[in-house]
Design a protein around this ligand. Structure first.
Ligand code: LP5
Ligand code: MN
Length: 244
């Protein structure tokens, strides 16, 4: 039987060593023997550029995570990595160091006999207009090139500023705005002709059933790892959400 695992929203940072420890346990334990591990965005709390992997950098977390993913990859599990809204600057350097393959958002995956759409989830939050504006800016190549050309210390302080602004904006934004927009979910099921979706980002782990043009569709939302993490396991097309 083919076993596929999905995780997202770990938000790894050196301030939260417990979460990194949980990931290292997961990669050395539960994940071994799986055919594929999908990481659907926000593996890191903020990714400032692949040069954080350089041996000259004081913080070893990025190197440790890359090494742990590489060990899983070398043990025979394919690791596939999608960008989130915090770590969309993960690039070829990280892919090479970790053995992970960067995948597009969205990607269509085949589980057993079923085609499934996997995504980070932020693109489904179309009512969050302030965020979608930020997203367009942050994903523009010119903006990223300019950011990446700055010294690491300057990037770190800009990222802190963005994070603070984000936390401030979120406090003033109604909860339902920050959840997925139902019409965007329906549109994704329709456009990709799938009836199963897996995503993270909203930190609201659940299984939702949607009816789209008379079709029964399932949407699986992955948990974040900030308080209590977990993963989704697919054994052929059978999905189960597991919490730690
Ligand atoms: O991330 P989270 O969970 O707090 O909230 C998200 C949305 N916010 C974001 C912004 C990120 O947190 C910013 C951190 C990025 C770190 C990467 C560093 C590399 C940057 C490189 C740039 C090329 O994604 C939040 C959503 C929420 O999810 C729910 O979906 O609501 O969106 C907002 O809060 C909207 C805000 O308008 C975002 C504002 C960000 C700052 C804007 C720039 C301000 C200019 C600062 C001065 C230079
Ligand atoms: Mn996210």
């Amino acid at each position: 039987m083919s076993r596929t695992l999905f995780i997202s929203d770990l938000h790894l940072s050196s301030d939260q060593p417990r979460v990194s420890a949980q990931l290292f346990d997961f990669l050395a334990g539960e994940a071994r023997g799986a055919q594929t591990l999908y990481i659907l965005g926000d593996l890191f709390d903020a990714w400032l550029g692949d040069d954080v992997l350089d041996a000259s950098q004081e913080d070893p977390l990025a190197r440790q995570v890359a090494a742990a993913l590489r060990a899983l990859h070398e043990a025979g599990t394919e690791v596939r990595l999608m960008h989130g809204n915090r770590d969309f600057l993960l690039g070829k350097g990280f892919a090479q160091a970790s053995g992970a393959a960067l995948i597009e958002d969205p990607t269509i995956v085949t589980l057993g006999t079923q085609r499934v759409i996997v995504m980070h989830g932020d693109t489904l939050c179309t009512d969050d207009v302030a965020y979608q504006k930020f997203r367009v800016m942050a994903r523009a190549k010119a903006f990223q090139d300019e950011f990446l050309a700055k010294p690491l210390a300057a990037r770190r302080s800009l990222a802190q500023e963005y994070r603070a602004k984000s936390e401030q904006t979120k406090r003033a934004t109604p909860e339902e705005i920050m959840d997925v927009t139902p019409s965007a979910v329906a549109e994704a099921f329709r456009r990709h002709a799938v009836s199963c979706m897996i995503h993270g980002h909203t930190h609201r782990p659940a299984t939702h059933v949607h009816e789209v043009d008379g079709r029964r569709c399932e949407r699986w939302v992955l948990p974040d790892w900030d308080r209590r993490g977990g993963f989704l396991v697919a054994e052929n097309e059978r999905l189960t959400l597991e919490r730690f």
